[in-house]
Structures are given as C-alpha cells and as structure tokens.
Design a binder for this molecule. Sequence first.
Ligand SMILES: C[S@@+](CC[C@H](N)C(=O)[O-])C[C@H]1O[C@@H](n2cnc3c(N)ncnc32)[C@H](O)[C@@H]1O
Length: 408
Amino acid sequence: MNMKGNDPLQFICAKAEEYIPVYVKDDSVQLIYLDPPFFKQNILKMYNKDTKNMYSFSDKWKSLDIYLEFIEDILVKCKSKLLNSGLIFLHCDSSANHHLRLLMDKVFGEKYFVNEIIWSYKRWSNSALRLLESHQNILIYSKTGKYKFNRVLTGYSPTTNIDQILQARERDKNGIVKYKKDDNDLIVSIKEKKGVPLRDVWEIPFLNPKAKERVGYPTQKPIELMSRIIKISCDEGDFILDPFCGSGSMGIAAYTGNCIYLGIDNNDDAIRICNKRKRNYHISQSAVKDGNYYNFLNLENEIKSFISSINAIPVERNKGLDGIYSSAEGFVGIRFQRSNESVAEVIALINKAAKEKPLIKKIIIKTHDSDLFEIIPNDIFILESLSYSLNKIIEPIDNKTVIGVCQG
Ligand SMILES: C[S@@+](CC[C@H](N)C(=O)[O-])C[C@H]1O[C@@H](n2cnc3c(N)ncnc32)[C@H](O)[C@@H]1O
C-alpha cells in the first residue's frame, strides 16, 4: 500500500478515480468498501446543529449511463488494487442496485459474486403509495474466488430443533444428511455447540437523530455496520480502501479493528469531519439488532424479559433505572448492573436517578462479581440475575463469534 507517513488512518480530499490509480499500489488492498452516490438524482443535505453547518453532496447525474460509466471506471480501477484474497463491498439501494449488480458481474465476473447483504432497519412511515423502503443492499464480490472470509457464527434461533443442536450429523453414501450413530448404534452427541453462520440479512438500526455517533453528514453509515463488514473480511493489520468515505464511518471502524485505512472523498467538508472525528469519535451500540434472537442471552434481553415478567414498567434512556415496579406499598426502582460497572457504581447511579422520585425501595440486579467489599445502603436490595446464578453452576462457552478462515 502507499500511505503517507506511518499514520494507519488517513483521509484524503481528492477525486477517487484520479487518486487511486496514482497513489494506491496494485494488489495491496484486502477490503474495498464502496459507498458511492446511489443515483438519487438529488442534492443530499443535512444540517449539523453543533457546528451550525449545512453539509451536502451532489447525487445528480445527467443520465443513468453517465452514472454507470462513472461507477464502472472506479470498479475497474479498484479491481487492480485488490489482493487476490480481497473482497469488494458495493453499497447501493433500489435506485440502481439492479444495474450495479450487472456492472459488478461485468467487471469482477458473475462467478465471483459472493453475497448480497440486505441491511435492514426501521424507518418512520411515509405516505407514498408503496411499501415502506427499509433496507439497502451491499454486493460482495471477490477478485479471484480464493478470498479470505472469517466465518462468524451466531446463536441458534429459538425455533431450531433441539436434536440439531445436540446431535452430530453426517452424510450417508447417497449424500443424505442423517444423525450420526456409533458402532453400537447410539446417537453421537456434538462436543461443542457451534452456532449458525451469520445470515445475509443484517438488522442494524440507522443512527437515531440523537445518537452521539451522528456527525450531521448526509448518508452517514453506522460504525456497527462497518465493523461487521471488517469482521468478516479482514484480520488485524489488513489494508482497507474506502474511495467515497463521506464522514469516515469505515475509517473509525477500521481504527477500532486495528486495520490500516485510506479514505478518499472529493468533498472537503467530509474530510474536515473525518479529521475531527479522528480526534474524538463515538460508537453507538444498538441493543436491538438481528431480531434479537442472535443475542438471546445478552443483558439487554435479560433486562427486558425480567421487567416484563414481573409486569414492571420499562424505563428507557435513564442511566440509573431500567424499570419501575408498582407494589402494594408503592413504586420500586430496578436497575441491572452492566458489564463495565461495579455494584458501588450502580448504587450511585440508582440513588441519583431516584432523587425526587417517590420510590420506596430500590433493587439492583447483580450480574457479576466486581467489588471487593459491598456496602449496601438499607433501602437498596441486591438480587442476582439468572445468568449470573447460572454461570456460577455451569461454565459458559463463548460461542457468539467463532472465527475461522475459509479459502473460497
Ligand atoms: C454515500 S456518501 C458516503 C457516506 C459514508 N460512507 C459515511 O458513512 O459517511 C458518498 C460520498 O461520495 C463522495 N463523492 C462523490 N463523488 C466522488 C468522487 N468522484 N471521488 C471521491 N468522493 C466522491 C461524496 O462527497 C459523498 O461524501
């Protein structure tokens, strides 16, 4: 790769089609993430209330042919920069995805199509006489077919047959999958529960208008989405090229994933935002993603199911309270301990939140050991969470993200 100096995170203001052929070395990039204008035939604008600036870029084209010529040119230039093990991700939406898929086939070859990710999210309804659009498309192609791909395994869906989880399977001589039996005709159990491969439909929320991660740039993508792309396609130290970097979301994800990154954008506002973000960035973690069942036993789900199982009122956006239980004597505040908190910190948070609220008792649900000594005030009661109690009896295996390398 050609990087100026040793900075592993660089943002350059330039036209991607001019910069890449000159400054990026051939066969050097593991991941190319292309998030070009989508052919919206509009000027995309967004107001940033902190800087009081209006940021915008043009997505207006004289014709579809001119747009497609522009994209084809950049795809050809990018292809020569990809490593043989590399992958290219092209982000688009229904405005032109049908044309772009054919272009990708033309430049990379139909047989090198890997996946189409559907990035799905919730949106406010509109009044148009059609279904509410709530997804974008990300096309993945490889350069050679022999690409690096980190398998990510996720939890089983609640509807999975229990035998499939516990029992080993094999193909018989006719190629039919059957449960495996040993020489004594007894069922062979699976030693380690592996999980199911990550699906190609990704439910990751759009950044909400109040999210700290938001920088006020139109079409800003969530870092969580970017990190997932990196996770399946890169190892630490790999080089990522982002020819339409906009506000630099992929750059921040690359930085946190210890990859080397070059972002290019021809809009100097965008590069200014990227460089500012480099000094101070926020990453929003969404609690509700992938329909929740991939994170079946995570804390957010445990909190929600506990709160609803006792008919308490869930409390959102309050640092010190997760729920309010209405008892015969009066209201009781409930707060779960998060993984990065000690019990003492939770006591301070629930006390602060309860100030000037008519709570007769406060309950903290302890989720892990954290404090050497616990000094518990009289009006606070400690319960142990179900998973904490369970983990004391049974040692859990970390099966959320098993990573391996498959040469395709
Ligand atoms: C869809 S936005 C990228 C958004 C970005 N992924 C983010 O998360 O903020 C597309 C970007 O392409 C930039 N752009 C348009 N034409 C370009 C060109 N010829 N070279 C480089 N950047 C270009 C625009 O300025 C815009 O910032």
